[in-house]
Design a protein around this ligand. Structure first.
Ligand code: ZN
Length: 400
């Protein structure tokens, strides 16, 4: 590919949609900021190592000495391996930049005298190097575990002497999908690293891996390559959030526990049949409830809130199967949990077009993250615009 391929044919304008396909956002910005010559003069070869652009043997000799031939040969072998992977082009470019240490890592920037604190954006302790961000940081290790790649990464990391060697053996040892998964998760970790730095937005490893899974599977389906087998436990992970059928809305709920502050939190998110965010609510209570009880309370809170809002046609989704089972059974217990269930049943009986449904955690990620984020807001809070911690997940869900 040459630069000319990135222009709209017959014009001297960048083909922005193609650029967006091939490069990440900030690179697209850099490229589109590069001026193009509108006068249409013919292309000429320019020796960019010389200020005047003129080629001289003396200068080429000097440059050749700086590049070791072995490096070049190894690099081109690695590049051809990366190029053959089943991956969106933007991820291949990213992996290549990581392998050649061309990412704008803080350690690289500070070496070039650009003033930044060279610490990792995730742990804020260690120096931000390729090795740290993608291999040794606690955050990426959580991601590898979530993606089921923990052992694979650890074994290669133990044997490799550099990040490039680690990637080279990783890509060589893995089959196509595994290598694609490795690279996609790495790309998503980098994407999240940029969110941490530029938007100060934090996301759990579960979400970061999920972003990689969705990007990879959407791309492979669009090319007719089939669904990328991303998770080992496919049943657990393959279910995705679905838009409700008009005129119904969908309300996802979940509960979370904060051990440190001894709080139980709840997240409730309401969306319409277009997958659009309508409103959300977070609330937390003092004390650590048993998880069964916390999940039942989250459903009750959602039902009572929907009732107050006057929303009569809605499906409430929880990832707590036992709560949905209890709601449909006719048993009466006398525990706290049973009392909460009874309250839920009363709401459901008074609203014939409100129902409660079980979904797997992956289809309930928005509520899951919001519940976990609830502790950082006032309690209770109502959100007419989505809080930052669920923005990415909402757009992933809306892709369906
Ligand atoms: Zn770190």
């Amino acid at each position: 590919m040459v630069v000319n391929d990135l222009l709209i044919p017959g014009t001297s304008q960048w083909d922005v949609s193609l650029l967006e396909e091939l490069f990440c956002g900030r690179d697209v910005e850099e490229i589109t900021n590069s001026p193009l010559n509108p006068s249409g003069v013919d292309d000429i070869r320019v020796w960019h190592y010389d200020k005047k652009g003129k080629y001289m043997v003396k200068s080429s000799y000097r440059i050749a000495r700086n590049f070791s031939e072995d490096d070049n040969r190894e690099n081109s072998a690695l590049w051809s391996k990366i190029w053959k992977l089943k991956l969106p082009p933007k991820i291949k470019h990213f992996v290549w930049r990581a392998c050649t240490n061309c990412l704008p890592l803080r350690s690289n920037l500070s070496r070039r005298n650009i003033v930044v604190e060279p610490v990792c954006a995730f742990c804020r302790v260690e120096m931000e190097t390729c090795w740290h961000v993608f291999v040794s940081c606690r955050y990426c290790r959580d991601c590898w575990r979530e993606a089921g790649l923990n052992d694979f990464v650890e074994e290669r990391a133990a044997a490799a002497e550099s990040f490039t060697e680690f990637m080279d053996t990783g890509i060589t040892d893995a089959d196509h999908w595994l290598a694609a998964k490795l690279c996609a998760v790495m790309w998503s970790i980098w994407r999240q690293r940029n969110c941490e730095i530029w938007e100060n937005s934090h996301t759990s490893a579960v979400v970061t891996v999920r972003v990689a899974a969705v990007v990879l599977s959407d791309w492979s389906i669009s090319l007719g390559l089939g669904n990328a087998e991303f998770y080992n436990n496919t049943e657990e992970h393959s279910q995705r959030w679905k838009k409700p059928n008009f005129p119904y809305m969908k309300c996802n709920v979940d509960a979370a526990i904060c051990q440190q502050r001894k709080l139980t939190g709840i997240g409730v998110v309401l969306r319409n049949d277009q997958g659009e965010f309508i409103v959300a609510r977070t609330i937390y209570f003092p004390g650590i409830y048993a998880i069964r009880e916390a999940e039942a309370i989250s459903v009750r809170e959602a039902l009572s809130w929907l009732h107050d809002l006057g929303i009569r046609q809605v499906v409430v989704e929880t990832d707590a199967k036992y709560v949905v089972d209890s709601l449909t059974s006719h048993e009466f217990g006398i525990s706290e949990y049973d009392f909460v269930i009874q309250e839920c049943r009363a709401f459901l009986q008074s609203e014939p077009e409100v129902s409660a449904k079980f979904v797997r955690r992956n289809a309930n990620m928005v509520a899951h993250e919001l519940a976990k984020g609830s502790f950082s807001f006032d309690s209770p809070s109502v959100w007419n615009f989505p809080p930052l911690c669920i923005v990415n997940l909402l757009s992933l869900d809306a892709l369906d």
